[in-house]
Design a protein around this ligand. Sequence first.
Ligand SMILES: C[S@@+](CC[C@H](N)C(=O)[O-])C[C@H]1O[C@@H](n2cnc3c(N)ncnc32)[C@H](O)[C@@H]1O
Length: 186
Amino acid sequence: MPSQFGAVQLAHEFLAAHVREGDLCIDCTAGRGKDTAFLCELAGKSGRVIAFDIQQAAVDSTKALLAERGLSAEVHLASHSRIDEYAEEGSVSAVVFNLGWLPGGDHSINTRAETSIEAITKGLRLLKKGGIMSLSIYYGRDTGYEERDAVLRFLRELPLTEYTVIVGEFVNRPNDPPISVRIYKG
Ligand SMILES: C[S@@+](CC[C@H](N)C(=O)[O-])C[C@H]1O[C@@H](n2cnc3c(N)ncnc32)[C@H](O)[C@@H]1O
């Protein structure tokens, strides 16, 4: 394993193990489009990928990456707190969150505890049985710790009869390394 194995790779391994051709997947934080593109590749031509971001720069970057790779997704300039307007309950195979700021963008525009928790709550409802949610939580520096703490508190309270929640930490890395969360809906 390379020493710089990171949260993106962990999330992609998790997604690759569960997403199948034809699946419906949602990327709640499109950013530069890496996760959206990865989901498109996994879900294939018969699948459907929906992505959200509140910044035009992120939507543009994501669409450009998809075009470059010959992939297609529905990319919305909208808050992920509205995901329930775009998919039916119990219909989604995978929901992805990458909490933090747009890479190479304005650090003051980042995900927030209140909207993230609203979107996670709705995303869990949209998941079908056997569906998964991946969260990569970036925190610290310009973002602070409030969102990380609130999201982890919320996840610890999820009913164990419905969800299995695994929280992964890079314990031998300095400087607030990201936290990788895997949720399985049983
Ligand atoms: C860490 S970045 C995502 C990185 C992305 N996965 C990639 O591959 O580049 C977080 C993104 O969440 C977006 N964001 C912040 N609040 C949001 C919200 N309420 N709804 C949707 N996106 C949001 C930011 O604009 C930013 O682009």
